[in-house]
Write a protein that binds this ligand. Structure first.
Ligand SMILES: [Zn+2]
Length: 96
């Protein structure tokens, strides 16, 4: 379970989540899937910046992508990712 590859992959995942803009996108998906244009409105970044980050997050298996007609939706890949991010946010609140 704790082999070198797993640790390296997890380290890469934290690197991907370590960018505040990407993390903001992931946090905005905690409540469920959103279309690209909804995400653009939620995070207040340009469409091209959001698309760029969404591609990176999908390639890192943090988000999954789903096409319905012409609309593209993104959601959090699974409940493990969701738990990591949710617990991280709760952890930030103890000190406040
Ligand atoms: Zn804590």
């Amino acid at each position: 379970m704790y082999n070198k590859d797993n640790i390296e992959h997890l380290s890469n995942m934290f690197d991907m989540l370590g960018d505040a803009n990407r993390l903001l996108i992931v946090v905005n998906l905690l409540e469920g899937k959103r279309s690209v244009s909804e995400i653009v409105n939620l995070v207040g970044m340009s469409q091209s910046a959001v698309s760029h980050q969404l591609r990176i997050l999908k390639d890192a298996n943090i988000l999954k992508r789903e096409k319905v007609g012409k609309a593209v939706f993104y959601s959090i890949a699974d409940n493990h990712v969701e738990t990591i991010v949710k617990n991280g946010l709760v952890h930030m609140q103890h000190g406040e």
